[in-house]
Design a protein around this ligand. Sequence first.
Ligand code: ITT
Ligand code: MG
Length: 198
Amino acid sequence: MMPFNELVLASHNAGKLKELQAMLGDSVRVRSVAEFSLEEPEETGLSFIENAILKARNASRLSGLPALADDSGLAVDFLGGAPGIYSARYADGKGDAANNAKLLDVLKDVPDAERGAQFVCCLALVRHADDPLPIICEGLWHGRILHAAQGEHGFGYDPLFWVPERNCSSAELPASEKNQLSHRARAMALLKQRLGLA
Ligand SMILES: O=P(O)(O)OP(=O)(O)OP(=O)(O)OC[C@H]1O[C@@H](n2cnc3c(O)ncnc32)[C@H](O)[C@@H]1O
Ligand SMILES: [Mg+2]
């Protein structure tokens, strides 16, 4: 059991919410921040950590509940870690398909050996909106960027992310497998350890 019985997930991304819920299982009753507000807080931080804390505090303030936020993104080696914390806004807010198209275009002449990338996930848990000691857990997932989209599962950049340990894209993995391997899965495993659940 979690040290509390209700938790609000501070995300407006349906793909993330599904994965986080599956990973949390029935260890805690999960609510979504959308029950309290549809307005997304501005992600003004310069790091995944700052943005995750900012989203968690916002959701906790709105709900009066402990809150778990996920700030994540794709860091491409050839681009010096871009789009990074700006992954959701890479194509100026035009959405996943536009983000993916832009990334493919920017990397169109880059050979496989230079297409290394990491998915990054930072989870932040606050017990209340002004919690002075949020719990922060990170996870990385190493792969490389494909030359064209592959696979239908997952969300976001998954169709472009080659998973060397499975020889397929992350959008070709069934949800249950992605949820054991991914950046989010690694961060969640650490969070469960920190909470004494693992
Ligand atoms: O901030 P919230 O409301 O949680 O939702 P968001 O989609 O804006 O989330 P982020 O600000 O953390 O941006 C994450 C970006 O990285 C992408 N991303 C994160 N995890 C991913 C995953 O597991 N598979 C594919 N893309 C992912 C996602 O599609 C977004 O473009
Ligand atoms: Mg966001």
